[in-house]
Design a protein around this ligand. Sequence first.
Ligand code: ZN
Length: 564
Amino acid sequence: MKPICFLLLLSFSFPGVAQEKVFYNARIFTADPQKPFAEAIAINGKIITAVGNYNEVKKKVSAHAELVDLKGGFLMPGFVDSHNHGINGGRSLTKANLSDQLLTVNEIRTYAKEQLQKKDGMTGDVLVIYGLNIGTWKWIDELNQVFNSGAFETQPLVLRGSDGHTGWCNKAMQARAGIDKAFIASLKPEDKIFFGTTNEGESNGFVSESGYRKIASVLITETDFSKAAEKTMEYNNQYGITAFLDPTVTTLNKTRIDYTDWYHYLIKEGKLTAHIAATVVADANADPQTQINAVKALQKKYNTRNFSIIGFKVFADGVIEHPTHTAALSLPYTGTQSKGVLMFDPIKFARFATMADKANLLVHVHAIGDRAVTETLNGIEAARKANHNFNIPHSITHLQIVLPSDFKRFAALNVLASFQLLWAFGDETTIDIVKPYIDPSLYQWQYPARSMLQAGATICGASDWSVSSANPFEAIYHAETRKGPMGVLDSTQCMPRMAMLYAYTLEAAKVLMLEKKIGSLQTGKYADLILLDRDVLTVNPEAMQNTRVLWTLFEGKKVYEAGK
Ligand SMILES: [Zn+2]
């Protein structure tokens, strides 16, 4: 089926927020499992007041209600993202940023020249362009031709890969960072691999990992946090996201930037256009009570209607990809003795989870390897047994390798599965730099979302923005097809689309502990609605992936409109 064009719809207006409105003549997906579809929906100010067939809804509103004809459009609840780095992600939007689009070298030059003129995306006097698609690195020779002459002969320029691991810089920048032939010659072979070189041993400008850090060490980075905060809202609202969990809003040991005040800045300015739940980075090996007391104090200081600190973020392990290998596995990485790094002592984590749970604080755990997942479930099982309470919805995010023996434990322990299924497709990151390095019996269970769904797990949508795009349609596409440049990654794990729409609405709202207020279109919930440019339940996956949000309402107020 062809995407339907609803551009005409954009012309209606929303005169006042406090007004009653009835939206009708649309396909309305409610994400309410009891009644997934409706003909009409009424809102009054911030709140949904009726959902049902047109006549029923009409009867429940006053004679003054504005009738909004959606002309056959597709309406659904605003998306909920169960792991999104919020304002930390928004920082990247204050700088020149290509957001992973693949441009030709000439197009990059045009963009760079515009940025030089505008100046506001500069990093000090260096032009750093973030978010380069890593496909750009096949044109290193062209980059050298274009960016070492003319205006760029003396202008330092850095191109940063969207993967966060790679980059390229021109000669003016290499000189600034001290990367010359003598420096490269002085490197040990194990460090040399992070610098691209010509046959003559000169730098060709390409860098990765510690090579990029050499460049970053001479960059003066200042962030305009109010701008980053505002851009965070704009960015998420454009994809229809009206709520998210910020997992790393602050740390108790002050090793990361504290974003709580910046969310409060948005509240104060009337610019917070998403419901925010947040967790605080904790150390599960350290004393739980001190950390519980600290988070309780933060709750007292910061929790308000649309911003709530709900618990802790705990790291169970690192990442799986070669050459890092810090994800905790049950079997050694191929050809080594190492099973990766479990970042907590399981006994201490069990105690931490038990005490947090008892204090009504949830734990949201980063776990990538199967051993990290198992040990996290073990700790939460201990908490469930000790406290005889299953109410706090603890969650695990990432879940790259999960073994079948753990599938049923998610439902049994009420542990929610917060997946970034944008990553679940066949490309070098799931094949080339994983498959040769781990045991086939583990590799077989990469992002096993469908099996977990069948085992009763609550599958919740998440982006990990700004590590990846927050666009839910791209993630749903990969969840559904698992298709990538290197083929399909285990077709038995493809997710039904309907399950993904729930994953990004009602199910994700559970991770935020907000499922009674948001996540579905039901009477009494907040009027967070999005209108889409096509019927996402019937179009083919490729068309679904390109869905655009026409407008986003947050608490009844239009916070995004396409083309504006
Ligand atoms: Zn994250």
